[in-house]
Ligand binder design. Structure first.
Ligand code: SDX
Length: 431
């Protein structure tokens, strides 16, 4: 983080405060307010953190106006086309694209950690069969903190490394088993002769009664969906992981906290909500009715999969996802998928509507992903677990970055207090 030669002057009650500024390698300058309270006896106020940088980071950069997303400087569309998920995991974790030997070693370490401690299968049995798979993932990932004690000392870089590999490796197994438990089928164990995405598809869709051949089109699409969801700067769930980790909490518990936050329909739960919305709309002729609902201030309905805190242009991931949806559905022979047709017509109508244009609301990563996942055979309840599976590497990379900073401290925001001021207790007979 470069100290800027600029400073910001703040005048409060006639008193001037000079605040230092820092310059990024990309994006806006920041005003360092770390000493503002001590010097000016005031807090800043920014619910939702619309103008607040919570940390310095070198992992992911987003330009919301341009619709640009870079992972360690590499644009997401190039990574989605030319790379693959485990290579992107290496890039996010270690900062550079791996050599062939480094990639082979990394993929081997991940492949050899995909199994879960057998005792962990009992946690699944405690859930009702109709439990949402995200509820199961929060529980089972949190329970990892009771199993892998040799990778929970966060002050030890080697244990941080082991926890990172374990989480990336085991999430597909945990998510697949949540699905299998939900549908009452036996767990399928990972295979070391399959790549990451193929392993996940096989653990989800194979049954003991017959051989299962992974469709290479589906595994390539699955791998690309993982890449598109890998990391996204300081979004709500990543900020949750960073805040949980700032107290020194168990790494597996921190990731469970991130899963819990991702589940919300305003965040990672939007992919499930979006497909359910598209199904509720049903046919393109009903789109105007829903567009009006989305614009109605008195109606809490929002177009799921639309809008974004940062992107005020197309979400670059949505562009790649839309291309992938066309390809996958065409190759699967469902190119006339009514849900996809409704989605494309909804996008066209919304992008012509002044309300959406004025508020710069565009499709986000969740708008098309559900259509592909649905065509691949996943129920909508598995959409967000797949998002969580992919985002684990982002959470872990940000977690490692924070812990590697010797200056990091516990996150403890303040508040604008608007409640009752001091008053004495009143005995019940006098109330
Ligand atoms: C993800 O942060 C990340 O990076 C997240 C993510 C990641 O990879 O981690 O990108 C993944 O969470 C994508 C977003 C998925 N969520 C949805 O698709 C749910 C629908 N979208 C909205 O809920 C909303 O757009 C948010 C939550 C995504 C963003 O909300 P903001 O930035 O707080 O914006 P806002 O709610 O203040 O909206 C600004 C205006 C409001 O109108 P006014 O009060 O100014 O009149 O735009 C309106 C909103 O009512 N608006 C919408 C809308 N989104 C915003 N109106 C209708 N439909 C929408 N989808």
């Amino acid at each position: 983080m470069a100290d800027s030669n600029k400073t910001a002057t703040l005048k409060i009650d006639g008193k001037e405060l000079e605040l230092p500024m820092h310059s990024p390698t990309a994006g806006p300058d920041v005003i360092d307010i770390g000493k503002l309270y001590a010097q000016g006896d005031v807090f800043t106020f920014d619910p939702g953190f619309t103008s607040t940088a919570s940390c310095a980071s070198t992992i992911t950069f987003i330009d919301g106006e341009k619709g640009e997303l870079l992972h360690r400087g590499y644009p997401i569309d190039q990574l989605a086309e030319k790379s693959h998920f485990l290579e992107v995991c290496y890039l996010l974790l270690y900062g550079e694209l791996p050599t062939a030997d480094q990639l082979e070693d990394f993929e081997s370490r991940v492949t050899n950690h995909t199994m879960l401690h057998e005792q962990m299968t009992y946690f699944y049995r405690g859930f009702r069969r109709d439990a949402h798979p995200m509820a199961i993932m929060v529980g089972v990932v949190g329970a990892m903190s009771a199993f892998y004690h040799d990778s929970t000392d966060i002050s030890d870089p080697w244990q941080r490394e082991v926890a990172s590999i374990r989480l990336i490796a085991k999430m597909p197994t945990i998510a697949a088993w949540a699905y299998k438990y939900h549908i009452g089928q036996p767990f399928v164990y990972p295979r070391n002769d399959l790549d990451y995405a193929s392993n996940f598809l096989r653990m989800c869709f194979s049954v003991p009664a017959e051989e299962y051949e992974v469709n290479p089109i589906l595994s390539r699409a699955m791998d690309r969906i993982f890449t598109l969801h890998a990391d996204h700067e300081q979004n709500a769930s990543t900020s949750t992981v960073r805040l949980a980790s700032s107290s020194g909490a168990n790494p597996f518990a921190c990731i469970a906290a991130g899963i819990a936050c991702l589940w919300g329909p305003a965040h990672g739960g939007a992919n499930q909500a979006c497909l359910e919305m598209l199904r509720e709309i049903g046919t393109p002729d009903r789109i105007p009715e829903y567009i009006e609902k989305a614009k109605d201030k008195n109606d809490p309905f929002r177009l799921m999969g639309f809008g974004h805190r940062v992107y005020k242009n197309f979400d670059p991931r949505a562009k790649v996802m839309k291309q992938s949806a066309d390809e996958v559905l065409d190759l699967l022979g469902v190119e006339n998928n009514p849900t996809l047709q409704t989605a494309k017509e909804l996008e066209r109508i919304a992008l012509e509507d002044p309300y959406f244009k004025d508020k710069k609301l565009y499709p986000n990563v969740d708008f098309y992903s559900g259509i592909i996942l649905d065509a691949m055979g996943f129920p909508t309840s598995m959409f967000t677990p797949i998002f969580a599976l992919a985002r684990t590497v982002g959470w872990i990379s940000q977690w490692k970055e924070q812990l590697s900073d010797p200056a990091h401290k516990i996150g403890r925001p303040r508040q604008l207090y608007t409640g009752a001021t001091f008053r004495d207790y009143v005995d019940v007979e006098n109330r």
